[in-house]
Ligand binder design. Structure first.
Ligand code: CA
Ligand code: CA
Length: 80
């Protein structure tokens, strides 16, 4: 029980606190597809560079999904 909690808790915190604050911001997701493209992010974060974006887009599909956003927030690249 204790061991399971230790493994799960950090991820639960990320999901509960970090993802919703940024990834559910409809003002950022301009086209409403649930993903964040570089132009959408640059609209609110002009300092976001193509290199920053490429580094976050670990799946390489050209957009950031909620998981990739969460990684960026944890890394301090995106606001939480
Ligand atoms: Ca979008
Ligand atoms: Ca991606």
């Amino acid at each position: 029980m204790t061991r399971t909690m230790t493994l799960i808790a950090p991820f639960a915190l990320l999901t509960a606190l970090v993802v919703p604050a940024f990834a559910q911001d409809a003002a950022i997701d301009i086209n409403g597809d649930g993903m964040y493209s570089l132009p959408e992010l640059q609209a609110v974060m002009p300092e976001m560079s193509e290199d920053d974006f490429a580094g976050l887009d670990t799946s390489g599909d050209g957009v950031l999904d909620a998981d990739e956003i969460a990684v960026g927030v944890t890394a301090g690249i995106l606001p939480g």
